[in-house]
Write a protein that binds this ligand. Structure first.
Ligand code: ZN
Length: 113
């Protein structure tokens, strides 16, 4: 499963940050996941408890913020939030748009001890 290896890399990254901050364990973790990132928040939540077993993230709570798709349309000259995963302008259906948000996959917050 794709999300399993993603969860492993998130845990490694969080453990790294924890070490740099001089903490002992991670109590809570917040992730931003864009709708275009290709990551399923449900699948990630599902494998997270298994991945954190025996690590400094054991019993850590995982919060996921799903980031909707935000595009800039050069035709309409404005930003538009798009419902659904297809990057096109919801006003004029233009496909040559710029994706401004929706590809995120980052740790945005950590609660440590
Ligand atoms: Zn447009």
């Amino acid at each position: 499963m794709h999300e399993f290896s993603l969860a492993v890399s998130v845990v490694e990254e969080a453990a790294d940050i924890l070490k740099k901050m001089g903490g002992k364990k991670v109590l809570a973790l917040t992730l931003d996941i864009g709708i275009l990132s290709g990551v399923s928040p449900e699948a990630l939540q599902f494998c997270f408890p298994e991945v954190i077993l025996g690590t400094c993230l054991e019993r850590c709570r995982l919060h996921i913020n799903q980031i909707p798709l935000l595009v800039y349309c050069p035709q309409c000259q404005r930003e538009e939030q798009v419902e659904g995963p297809f990057p096109l302008c919801p006003r004029c259906q233009e496909v040559k748009i710029e994706v401004r948000k929706g590809k995120e996959f980052n740790i945005t917050n950590m609660e440590i001890e």
